[in-house]
Ligand binder design. Sequence first.
Ligand code: PLP
Length: 433
Amino acid sequence: MSSSKIIFLDQSQIPTHYYNILPDLPKPLDPPLHPGTKQPIGTQDLSAIFPKELIKQEVSSEQYIEIPDEVLELYKLSRPTPLIRAENLEKKLDTPAKIYFKYEGANPTGSHKTNTSYAQAYYNKRAGIKKLVTETGAGQWGSALAMACKHFDLECEVFMVKVSYNQKPYRKTFMKFFGAEVYASPSTLTSAGKKVLDKDPNSPGSLGIAISEAIEIAAQREDTNYSLGSVLNHVLLHQTIIGEEAKKQLEIADDYPDVVIGCVGGGSNFAGIAFPFLKEKLTGDKNNLEVIGVEPLSCPSLTKGKYDYDFGDEAGMTPLIKMYTLGHEFVPPSIHAGGLRYHGAAPIVSALVNSGHVIAKAYEQTEVFQAAHLFAQCEGIVPAPESAHAIKEAIVQAIKCKETGESKKILFNLSGHGFLDLGSYEIFLENGF
Ligand SMILES: *Cc1c(COP(=O)(O)O)cnc(C)c1O
């Protein structure tokens, strides 16, 4: 029994394998469809923009996939990330619940995104690719990919959603610091961007539009690939290092969660914390485990969207994927949690919501920022507005425990820090929205 607030692991205990949930799903995923023929796409259709190894991971039936040594070495810059018991928050809420969080803000670019950017840059480098093009919302993904590309000596080009480009100027500097080129999206560099600007010159942009622009550029050149920071199966796979570590840390604390919580934009940090525990619910004896994904009420794909085939981007260039979606032309309002402004959600997460294994909840911006404020004052960490959605649900759960007298163990993922989101917190403090 450990009484530490922070549960560290030695670097020799960093997980050596990713957990692939695909073979453990209650039923196989509905296949992606070709946008033209509406027939299931073959893996060869993806090879214009992704390297072979990542395409293999996208459809793998192996339960565990080994992490390459070069990627493990990079993980050692910041992993294992701490698992922290939020005792001050527990006391403040006067709850019998135990609250644990995994702190992914401890990673170099401030969020979980490096868990996959290292792996994606590595596999692309090995495939002989010279340049990666991507989209970014709040700038977290662009920062993580820029850093990984610099390490593997790849060029990096980023289409950043315009509203965030203006709201979060330091993120732009962050990406440029690591050598990336950054454009506000919609831009005039692509036909997808021009089309949006023709219709609405003041478009705030969206992740869907930025994805269209990045794919358009990547598809034009042999030596250039596209890289996505969330949604796809292989991205979720790389993030499982979070939950695999958390499992080892909770073993040290002699605990197992009753509730696991993550915020959901595309679904990758949620998958990362949740899937290794969900495994025990799907194939083991943890039938009562509650797994909760939290999204903004203003972009409620999982809670209000349709479970149907839709495009992953605005222009309709991606395959049709089966997911909860608000429609690929949905442009979410300009909320501060830019990383959660996506019209859809990962196919695997969507399938698990549809089968009832994952519960989806949504909160509005003010209550989320209030939760972030309380958490920071208790635990000393300013969370990213995205992560604050998970904090809000953890607090709701802890208060429920106070009412019922249950001492549940609550685990949530603190996907990133909010040091570059202080502009948003400033507005919150001044106006309360
Ligand atoms: C990108 C991001 C998210 C949302 O993306 P997911 O793929 O849903 O994890 C959440 N939190 C932070 C800090 C992010 O950077």
